[in-house]
Write a protein that binds this ligand. Structure first.
Ligand code: DQA
Length: 147
């Protein structure tokens, strides 16, 4: 089963959006790199982005049976969405790694809390797009131990 890599709102604008915060890479660049590195780890990734909370909830529900793990950058919804937290709690049988490109603790106080973290196996933030690669590496190790 693939690892679902789910990206929340406004991440489709990566590369154009506040590049001083989020970098110059696009989401397509990140997807291409992860797909290639997943292949080298014997994994596949199913990489998706949505600006809609309900669609992210639907995908997390789908992941309960269709994915081996979830890597999620919930973007702004991480700070607000009880619905996404609840969906992830319902998917607790598979590992979930939360990624933020920026260091949310160094920014406005409303970004300091992530609701999603309560359902995450691990959290990576502040390392830019490298966070996605590290999350995939951690997922590969984790799935080897407990597939
Ligand atoms: C983000 C951090 C969030 O606070 C913000 O709303 C985003 C992106 C990040 O990857 O750094 O949209 O999740």
């Amino acid at each position: 089963k693939p690892v679902f890599v789910l990206n929340g709102p406004n991440l489709n604008l990566l590369g154009e959006r506040e590049p001083e915060v989020y970098g110059h890479e696009t989401l397509d660049d990140i997807r291409d790199r992860l797909e290639a590195s997943a292949a080298g780890k014997g994994l596949t990734v199913d990489f998706r982005q949505s600006n809609r909370e309900g669609e992210l909830v639907d995908w997390i529900q789908e992941a309960r049976t269709a994915a081996s793990g979830i890597i999620i950058n919930p973007a702004g919804y991480g700070h607000t969405s009880i619905a996404i937290l609840d969906a992830l709690l319902a998917a607790a049988d598979i590992p979930c790694i939360e990624v933020h490109l920026s260091n949310i603790y160094k920014r406005e106080s409303f970004r300091h809390r992530s609701l999603v973290s309560q359902a995450a196996t691990g959290v990576i933030c502040g390392l830019g797009s490298l966070g996605y690669d590290l999350a995939l590496e951690a997922m590969a190790t984790r799935l080897k131990v407990a597939p």
